[in-house]
Design a binder for this molecule. Structure first.
Ligand SMILES: *[C@@H]1O[C@H](CO)[C@@H](O)[C@H](O)[C@H]1NC(C)=O
Ligand SMILES: *[C@@H]1O[C@H](CO)[C@@H](O)[C@H](O)[C@H]1NC(C)=O
Ligand SMILES: *[C@@H]1O[C@H](CO)[C@@H](O)[C@H](O)[C@H]1NC(C)=O
Length: 369
C-alpha cells in the first residue's frame, strides 16, 4: 500500500518533470529571440536602474498591468513590444539592466530601450543618464558575448540571425530636442526641412550598425503624430487642433524614413528592414476616435492641466476610470488598448501601414525557411 502510494507519487513527479521538459523544448524550438531598441514607447524598465527623471516607476503607471504595479513601462498596462511578444507566444522582453536577464532567460532576447533617447546623441540631454542609441547597440554586442558563453558561438550567432528586432526612435529628436525650447540649438542650425534629412541620415547609420551586429528582421517604427499628443495640445495649440510645426515634422519624417529603408534594403539585396507607419495608425484613431471605441483622442487619461497634457503622470494627477476609452494614457504615450490596435496593424496591416510587408508575412516567410 505504502509502496503503491510512493510509486504513484514518483510516477506523478516523473510525468510532471517530463511535461516541463517538453514544454521547455517546445518553447525553444518555436520561440525566436526578440530584441527591442529605442525610446519610452518601448522601454520595459531600463530607466528604473538609472539616475534619470525619465521614468515610469510610480503609480498609477502599470495600473492595468497583470501585477497592477508600475514596472517602468510608459503605459497603463502592456506596451507595444509586450503585445508583439504576447501575440508571438513569447515571454515579454526583459530590460537589459535587470539582473533577471541571465542564464536561459537570455534566449528570450532583451530589451535595450531607454526613455528619452533619440537618433541624435544630443537628444534628451536634459534627462542626463539615459542609454543613448549607440550605447544600446554596445550593450547588444555585450549581450551576444554573454549569450555565447551560455549556448556557444554557433548557436548564439544563429539565434541573433533568426531574431526579430523592434526599433522605435525619432520622436524625441523633435519633442525633446528641436522643439523642446524656442530657439533650441538645433532649430538655430537647421530649418525643419533640413533637420529631418539630417536625422534620417544619422538614423541610417544606426540601422547599418544594427545590421552589422547580425539581425535580419527589423521593424522600424516612424514617429507618431507628434503635434496631436495631449502635451502638445496643451503647450502649442490654442484651439485643440494638432500643433502645426510638429505635424509638419512628422509628415516630413515618415516618408523619408520609408525611402531610407528602401535604400538600405536595396544595398543589402533583401528586405531586412520594414517600416511601420505608426503615424497613419495613430491618425486613424485621432481623426475618428469613436469608430475605434475611444471616447477621446485629445485628453490624456492621466495628467493635469489642459487635455491632462501638462507635467507628468503622478499619484496626484487626474486619472480616468476606464483607460480603454482613451487613446492616450499620459501626455505622450498611448493606452494599452491603443497599443493593441497598433500591433494589430503591425501584424496584418496593408502596405499603407507596413512597408514592404507586415509581420504576418514575415512569420510566414521565415517559417518556410
Ligand atoms: C554619437 O556617439 C557615437 C558614440 O558614442 C559616435 O560614434 C557617433 O559618431 C556620434 N554621432 C554624432 C552625430 O556625433
Ligand atoms: C542568416 O540567415 C540567413 C537566412 O535568413 C542565411 O542566408 C545566412 O547565411 C545566415 N547568416 C549567418 C551569418 O548565419
Ligand atoms: C498582411 O497580413 C494579412 C494577414 O493578416 C494578409 O492577409 C495581407 O495580405 C498582408 N498584407 C500585405 C500587404 O502583406
Amino acid at each position: 500500500m505504502i509502496n503503491l502510494v510512493e510509486n504513484s507519487r514518483f510516477y506523478l513527479i516523473f510525468v510532471f518533470v517530463l511535461a516541463l521538459e517538453f514544454n521547455y523544448l517546445c518553447n525553444h524550438v518555436e520561440g525566436k529571440a526578440f530584441f527591442v531598441f529605442g525610446d519610452s514607447l518601448v522601454d520595459n524598465g531600463n530607466n528604473n536602474y538609472l539616475a534619470t527623471t525619465a521614468r515610469a516607476d510610480a503609480p498609477p503607471y502599470g495600473i492595468d498591468f497583470p501585477t497592477h504595479r508600475p514596472t517602468g513601462r510608459f503605459s497603463n498596462g502592456l506596451n507595444i513590444p509586450d503585445i508583439i511578444s504576447e501575440k508571438m507566444g513569447w515571454e515579454p522582453t526583459i530590460p537589459y539592466l535587470s539582473r533577471e536577464l541571465s542564464g536561459q532567460k537570455l534566449l528570450v532576447g532583451a530589451n535595450f530601450a531607454s526613455a528619452g533617447v533619440g537618433v541624435l546623441n544630443d537628444t534628451g540631454i536634459q534627462f542626463v543618464n539615459i542609454i543613448r542609441i549607440y550605447e544600446q547597440l554596445n550593450f547588444f554586442r555585450q549581450y551576444q558575448q554573454r549569450l555565447m558563453r551560455e549556448i556557444g558561438a554557433t548557436e548564439a550567432k544563429k539565434l541573433v540571425n533568426e531574431s526579430l528586432v523592434l526599433m522605435t526612435l525619432g520622436g524625441n529628436d523633435f519633442v525633446n530636442n528641436y522643439f523642446l525650447v524656442p530657439y533650441s540649438i538645433r532649430s538655430q542650425q537647421y530649418s525643419i526641412q533640413d533637420y529631418v534629412p539630417f536625422v534620417i541620415s544619422e538614423y541610417k547609420k544606426v540601422l547599418q550598425r544594427l545590421y552589422e551586429l547580425g539581425p535580419r528582421r527589423v521593424i522600424v517604427t516612424g514617429t507618431g503624430p507628434l503635434g496631436c499628443v495631449p502635451a502638445e495640445l496643451a503647450l502649442h495649440s490654442n484651439n485643440g487642433e494638432c500643433a502645426e510645426q510638429l505635424q509638419l515634422a512628422a509628415s516630413l519624417f515618415n516618408p523619408q524614413l520609408v525611402q531610407m529603408i528602401d535604400e538600405l534594403n536595396q544595398d543589402i539585396g533583401t528586405d531586412v528592414f520594414v517600416a511601420a507607419n505608426t503615424n497613419q495608425m495613430h491618425m486613424d484613431f485621432i481623426s475618428n476616435p469613436e469608430q475605434f471605441g475611444f471616447q477621446t483622442s485629445k485628453i490624456a487619461c492621466c495628467g493635469q492641466g489642459p487635455y491632462n497634457g501638462l507635467g507628468l503622470c503622478t499619484p496626484f494627477s487626474n486619472l480616468c476610470p476606464n483607460r480603454d476609452l482613451y487613446v492616450f494614457w499620459d501626455a505622450f504615450h498611448p493606452s494599452e488598448r491603443a497599443n493593441r490596435m497598433i500591433v494589430d496593424q503591425i501584424f496584418g496591416g496593408s502596405t499603407t501601414y507596413m512597408h514592404p510587408m507586415n509581420l504576418s508575412t514575415i512569420v510566414t516567410l521565415d517559417s518556410r525557411a
